[in-house]
Design a protein around this ligand. Sequence first.
Ligand code: PBG
Length: 326
Amino acid sequence: MEFPAYRPRRMRRTETLRRLVRETRLSVDNLILPLFVVPGKGVEKPVASMPGVAQMSVDRTVEECRQVRDLGIPAVILFGLPEKKDATGSHAYRDDGPVPRAVREIKQALGNDLVVITDVCLCEYTDHGHCGVLAEGEVDNDATLDLLAKEALTHARAGADIVAPSDMMDGRVNAIRETLDEEGLDQVAILSYAAKFASGFYGPFREAADSTPQFGDRRGYQMDPANAEEALREVELDINEGADLVMVKPALPYLDLVRRVKEQFGYPTAAYQVSGEYAMIKAAAQNGWLDESRVMMETLTAIRRAGADLILTYFAKDAARALNGR
Ligand code: PBG
């Protein structure tokens, strides 16, 4: 049909008309809130570059999780900052670390009302800030696998529902799956950061997680932003190794891949709206240059429209409030 018979504006005249023909539904069910757990008690330390985000001790984290549950958000993902860092990130697999402790306490308080996902990586735990152990100044892939599996096992034993490896070592999904299965934890799922790019948008996160590499960068293991076909191979590998859910990260600059991953594999697909994506919107809003809540909903809707089933976002609570208020 052509103009003047077809007039698309007819169905845009009122909000109720627009609701009738809206194609993409963003729901609270799609949201996952990242949290940063630190040692201590009663600690709530704001992250300067991420307004509204704070590092929290276990007790505060549990309180935060109650709010998250009350807002109807189904899941959180936990990042841990250890008491001490060393060359092999040994605190990553200590049972008394912030993450396992938080998992146990959240599960005790909220049971199955909240899905607890844990980020599995060494960069928060190593003194050099890289995502694995070093050999001759490079991250040693195969030597890192055992440590990641140990970390995932520690989280799973504490009661994590899903473990999420974000390190980008080759073969880590397989290593984690085998270890969990051997230990009788075959019901713990794996959300793989399958297509994770070496991105400038992680800047603020490295303040939040205290995980800035002390030398070099992560381009030796994270993906080149120019590569889409390779991203699909990464996703396929992780699915073949046993990933239950796959992630594309960051989100907004990589929506083409969110779409392609969803279409090609049909797996539950997550997209991570990362710290820099969040900080850009917050900073512009603080300057009065953007309408924060409008842009928040627009970006989340766009990520959903591209095909993401799960969206990891620091806006989760604000978005849930906006969605619940409707
Ligand atoms: C750890 C990890 C990072 C993020 C999630 N897990 C940082 C990195 O790879 O440098 C980034 C999340 C964000 O920016 O919000 N490997």
